[in-house]
Design a protein around this ligand. Structure first.
Ligand code: NAI
Ligand code: MG
Length: 349
C-alpha cells in the first residue's frame, strides 16, 4: 500500500525539522510506501500573495491519507493571521477535534525535575481542538475612548465538549485508567461549570476509570511537583495549549514533544506536527531539535495503522538519545538538525 501524505513545512525551523521527519519516515517505511506532496504554504507565501494558502487549499488537502505540518508563524506577519490563515482552518474544516499531545521523559534526557528518571514521567494531554476559548466572537468597542473595552467570547457546545471528554475516557481506559479534567469553574462561571457537568455525567459511564478534576492553576503546579500521579488529562483548547507546553518543558523540552490533530471518524485527514512553533530565535541556524517532528511522524504512521513502523521510529529516537553522541544544543550537544535526523534514520534498516 502507498499512502499519500501532504507535507506543509511552513516557516522557520518547521522547514528543517519536517525534512528530517521525512528522511526518517521514508527509511522506516517497509512493506508500504509513502508518496509525499509538498505545499509551500507559509508566511513567505502570505507576504508575496496575501494569503497563507490558496482559496482551494482545503479541497487540495482533503484527499490525502495524512498531513505533516512543520510550523507556521514568523516575525513580519501577525500571529493571528498565520494561525487563522492556515492551521486553525484545517483543524476545523477537517473536524480534527482532538489534539493529542503525549509527553514522556525519554532516555538520555534530563528533566528539569531533579531526580526523576524516564519511566516515571509519561502523560498525554487530550486538548479540545475545535472550539472553546479560541473563537472569533467578540470585538473592540469605543476605540480610543476612556471607556474602551474588548470582548473575547468562548464557545462550548454540548456536542463539542461531550465528544472530547468521551475520547479522553476511552483513551484512559487503554492506559492507566486515570483521567484528570482541567477546569476553572471558580473563575469562568459559565463555560467551566458546563464542562464539569458534562465530565461528571460521562464519568458515570466509565466506572473503571478513576476520574478527577483539578483547577488549571493547581494542575499546573502539580504537573511540576507531582507529575507521576497524572496520566491522561483532558482540557479545553486554551488550557490544553498551555498545559502541553508545560508538560513538554518538564519532560525534556519543546524540542521533544509531538502532537496529532485527529479526526477520529476518518472522514477527513488528520494532521501531525510538533508542539513547538517556528522558533524564529534559532531559525536558519540548522540547530533545531528534530525529535518532536520525527515523533509526530511516528504518530502519523501509527494513525495510518502502521504500528510496527511507528514503534521502530520511536525505538530509533530512544537509541540515539540514550547513546548521547549526537545531540542538538537544546539537549546539551553540538550536533546539527540534519546530523541528529540522520543518526536516527541510520538506526532504521
Ligand atoms: P516556539 O515554540 O517557536 O519557540 C519557543 C522557544 O523554544 C524558543 O526559544 C525556541 O528556540 C525553542 N524551541 C522550539 N522548538 C525547538 C526545537 N525544535 N529545538 C530547539 N529549540 C526549540 O514558540 P514561539 O516563539 O512562541 O512562537 C514562534 C512562532 O511560531 C510564532 O509565530 C507562533 O505563532 C508560531 N507557533 C506556531 C505553532 C504551530 O504552527 N502549530 C505553534 C506554536 C507557535
Ligand atoms: Mg501552543
Amino acid at each position: 500500500k502507498v499512502y499519500r501524505i501532504a507535507s506543509i513545512p511552513g516557516d522557520g525551523i518547521g522547514v528543517d525539522v519536517t525534512l528530517e521527519a521525512r528522511k526518517v519516515l521514508d527509511r522506516a517505511a517497509s512493506g508500504f510506501g509513502l508518496e509525499w506532496t509538498e505545499f509551500d504554504w507559509s508566511c513567505e507565501r502570505y507576504l508575496s500573495t496575501g494569503s497563507m494558502m490558496p482559496d482551494d487549499g482545503l479541497a487540495a488537502l482533503s484527499s490525502f491519507d495524512g498531513i505533516l505540518l512543520g510550523a507556521v508563524g514568523f516575525p513580519g506577519v501577525p500571529d493571528h493571521i498565520s494561525l487563522w490563515g492556515l492551521l486553525i482552518p484545517v483543524r476545523r474544516a477537517f473536524s480534527q477535534y482532538v489534539n493529542l499531545r503525549p509527553v514522556r521523559l525519554l532516555p538520555g534526557t534530563s528533566s528539569v525535575l531533579a531526580g526523576r528518571s524516564a519511566p516515571e514521567l509519561e502523560m498525554v494531554i487530550v486538548r479540545e481542538n475545535s472550539e472553546g476559548e479560541y473563537s472569533t466572537l467578540g470585538g473592540r468597542h469605543g476605540a480610543g475612548e476612556p471607556g474602551e473595552f474588548v470582548l473575547q467570547e468562548s464557545v462550548f457546545t454540548r456536542v463539542g465538549v461531550e465528544r472530547i471528554i468521551r475520547y479522553a475516557f476511552e483513551l484512559a481506559r487503554t492506559r492507566a485508567g486515570r483521567l484528570c479534567s482541567a477546569t476553572k469553574s471558580n473563575g469562568l462561571i459559565h463555560s467551566m461549570p458546563f464542562w464539569d457537568e458534562i465530565f461528571a455525567a460521562i464519568a458515570v459511564e466509565y466506572p473503571d476509570v478513576v476520574a478527577e478534576q483539578c483547577h488549571i492553576d493547581a494542575l499546573a503546579a502539580r504537573m511540576v511537583q507531582a507529575p507521576d500521579r497524572l496520566d491522561v488529562i483532558v482540557a479545553s483548547n486554551l488550557f490544553g495549549d498551555i498545559l502541553s507546553d508545560l508538560a513538554a518543558a518538564v519532560t525534556g523540552g519543546l524540542g521533544m514533544a509531538p502532537s496529532g490533530n485527529i479526526n477520529p471518524s476518518g472522514s477527513h485527514p488528520s494532521m501531525f506536527e510538533a508542539v513547538h512553533g517556528s522558533a524564529p530565535d534559532i531559525a536558519g541556524q540548522g540547530i533545531a531539535n528534530p525529535v518532536a517532528q520525527i515523533l509526530a511522524g511516528a504518530m502519523l504512521l501509527s494513525h495510518l495503522g502502521e504500528t510496527a513502523a511507528a514503534a521502530s521510529v520511536e525505538a530509533a529516537v530512544e537509541k540515539v538519545l540514550s547513546d548521547g553522541a549526537v545531540l542538538t544544543p537544546d539537549l546539551g550537544g553540538t550536533a546539527t538538525t540534519s546530523e541528529l535526523g540522520s543518526a536516527i534514520a541510520d538506526c532504521l534498516t
